[in-house]
Design a protein around this ligand. Structure first.
Ligand code: GLP
Length: 242
């Protein structure tokens, strides 16, 4: 496990953004998995800024999200697809190259399988960016998610659901929400992973994920077993590392 510590938030955004750009330069039609949330917004903006400053061909790169909120209309402002479009693929002019599961479906288990099959048919991911939740979740693999899990429909946790609802206050409080997420085994099969975390609030969980026991109770801890994972942190998120 390689750990890279950047001095502040802007260095962190740029360093992770350059990893994405390097992947595109190395393989122009790469398939790159993104994560959404507070950690990755600045990274996505930095990728768009780099592409504006150093124009190169991004027309054949494909992006997808590690997870998506479902049981809501496409227009739901908190959906991962909307965030990725807003932050990255619209500015790059390549939103047609974004692959996401549908937010509404008759059968969400089947929609999850179809999403997995679509990613496989595109050749599988070359690089996956991951964030970490305050309880150590990755994607929507919450504590207790089996290490053998594959892409699937999942329920949300209280904390995660509350956060999502806050980000899209227009959505009725009593309407149910679910998720489709890549599974732990799906992620562990990928050739290259980056776990990105910033801010002091992540310091303790980062320490436990990278140095603590590997356990299904802390999903991100499984990444210790991946042969090619880089943990990229700003100084605050790294402040708990022993
Ligand atoms: C959500 C997303 C994850 C993300 C995590 C961390 O659960 N589904 O993909 O990595 O939160 O989010 P944040 O960066 O906002 O802390």
């Amino acid at each position: 496990m390689r750990i890279t510590i950047l001095k502040d938030e802007s260095a962190f955004n740029l360093a992770v953004a350059w990893k994405i750009v390097e992947q595109i330069l190395a393989k122009p039609n790469a398939l790159i998995g993104l994560a959404t949330g507070r950690t990755t917004g600045g990274i996505h903006k930095a990728v768009a800024d780099i592409c504006r400053s150093y124009p190169f061909d991004v027309s054949s790169v494909r992006f997808y999200g590690v997870d998506e909120i479902v049981m809501v209309p496409e227009t739901f402002s908190g959906s991962c697809a909307n965030m990725i479009r807003r932050e990255l693929t619209d500015p790059l002019g390549i939103s047609d190259n974004l692959v996401m599961p549908p937010t509404l479906a008759d059968d969400y288990d089947r929609a999850g399988l179809a999403f997995a099959a679509q990613l496989d048919s595109l050749g599988g991911a070359d690089l996956q960016i991951l964030g970490i939740g305050p309880d150590g979740h990755v994607g929507m693999n919450l504590p207790g998610a089996p290490f053998g899990s594959e892409t699937r429909f999942t329920k949300l946790s209280g904390e995660l659901e509350e956060r999502i609802r806050k980000s899209a206050p227009e959505y009725p409080k009593d309407a149910p929400l679910g998720g489709i997420t890549l599974g732990i085994r799906t992620i562990m099969r990928m050739p290259k992973l980056i776990l990105a975390a910033k801010g002091a609030a992540k310091a303790e969980i980062v320490e436990r994920a990278v140095r603590g026991p590997v356990t299904e109770n802390l999903p991100a801890s499984v990444l210790q077993l991946h042969p090619c994972v880089e943990v990229m942190l700003d100084a605050d998120a790294a402040s708990g590392l022993r």
